[in-house]
Design a protein around this ligand. Structure first.
Ligand SMILES: NC(=O)c1ccc[n+]([C@@H]2O[C@H](COP(=O)([O-])OP(=O)(O)OC[C@H]3O[C@@H](n4cnc5c(N)ncnc54)[C@H](OP(=O)(O)O)[C@@H]3O)[C@@H](O)[C@H]2O)c1
Length: 282
């Protein structure tokens, strides 16, 4: 039978995940299907357990429910409480991973970021910030500072993670420079949004935006205009999709270039090449 994979979330209509995965299947010459399905929180577990699917991805707002549904949770799922990728293990049990964590690691490598002993400023304290903090601490960043509109949420993230080297701040430290500043807020999804943070070159060596848009985000363009090396969230999105494929098809190498090209084309098509805001895969 033709293996079938699905993206489960609400909404999923603007997702570009199907474009990336279908490009991978085409490149491999594999007869497999990837569909997007809108499901409620009550339907997620049943859809994941159902016989019709070999595995898939889960997006907002269901990553926490998915983490509770899988029987074999990876370390990243246990640490973040979120699962965005599941499949059936050899014993028939549902297994899950948080490939956003590894996807961000791949994106940061591509940006030239060296985590060891690095000082990082993370903007935001939601699900994406939680994955980012886990990625950075696992990679041995020495100091990770969280700056969030609602400081109580930043403190809750710090306390839940309990990692050494994690601090809550109310503003960037004007003293020592940061090796990386990472936007994990949802600012940038709309072109009407203010920048998540005004940057200056002396203080920030690299900037990584988890938000992505056709033609890149305003914050990435702002960083580049100051001579700061920057990348948006498209690379993380491609990375998490590639790592999902590795989970479903062990031993195969995901065709990352074809997937990235399909993602860029789909974003251009869906946003008309001008606007921002169709980041449905989160
Ligand atoms: N590239 C990828 O593969 C990928 C993966 C995951 C997520 N993302 C991106 O990451 C973003 C965040 O996702 P999430 O799951 O963490 O969402 P979330 O849990 O809803 O968190 C949203 C964060 O944005 C902050 N925020 C929202 N509006 C703001 C405003 N007007 N001013 C300042 N801060 C504001 C919130 O602050 P408060 O706590 O004060 O509300 C919170 O920290 C998404 O929009 C998505 O684009 C990308």
């Amino acid at each position: 039978m033709r293996p079938r994979y699905a993206l489960l979330g609400d909404p999923v209509d603007h997702s570009i995940s199907p474009d990336m995965h279908r490009a991978a299947f085409r490149t491999w010459g594999l007869d497999a299907e990837y569909v997007a399905r809108t499901v409620t929180a009550d339907e997620v577990g049943q859809a994941m357990r159902g016989a019709g699917l070999a595995g898939g991805n889960v997006t907002l707002p269901h990553k926490l429910v998915a983490a509770e549904t899988v029987a074999r949770a990876s370390r990243a799922v246990q640490a973040t409480g979120a699962c965005n990728c599941w499949w059936r293990a050899e014993d028939g049990e549902l297994a899950g991973d948080n490939t956003d964590v590894g996807g961000l690691g791949l994106a940061l490598n591509r940006l030239g970021f060296k985590a060891e002993n690095a000082r990082v400023l993370v903007l935001g304290a939601g699900g994406a910030a939680r994955a980012a903090v886990h990625t950075l601490l696992e990679a041995r960043a020495s100091r990770v500072e969280i700056l969030n509109r609602t400081p109580a949420r930043a403190r809750a993230l710090r306390d839940a993670t309990g990692g050494r080297g994690l601090y809550v701040v109310e503003a960037p430290d004007p003293g020592m420079p940061y090796d990386l500043v990472l936007n994990a807020t949802s600012l940038g999804l709309s072109t009407a949004d203010p920048l998540p943070l005004e940057l200056d070159r002396g203080r920030f060596r690299l900037a990584c935006d988890l938000v992505y848009a056709a033609g890149e985000t305003q914050w990435v363009r702002h960083a580049r205009s100051l001579g700061i090396r920057a990348g948006d969230g498209l690379e993380m999105l491609v990375g998490q999709a590639a790592l999902s494929l590795r989970r479903w098809f062990p031993g195969r190498t995901p065709p990352v270039d074809a997937m990235r090209a399909a993602a860029v084309e789909a974003l251009d098509r869906r946003e008309g090449g001008a606007g921002q805001g169709a980041a449905a895969d989160r």
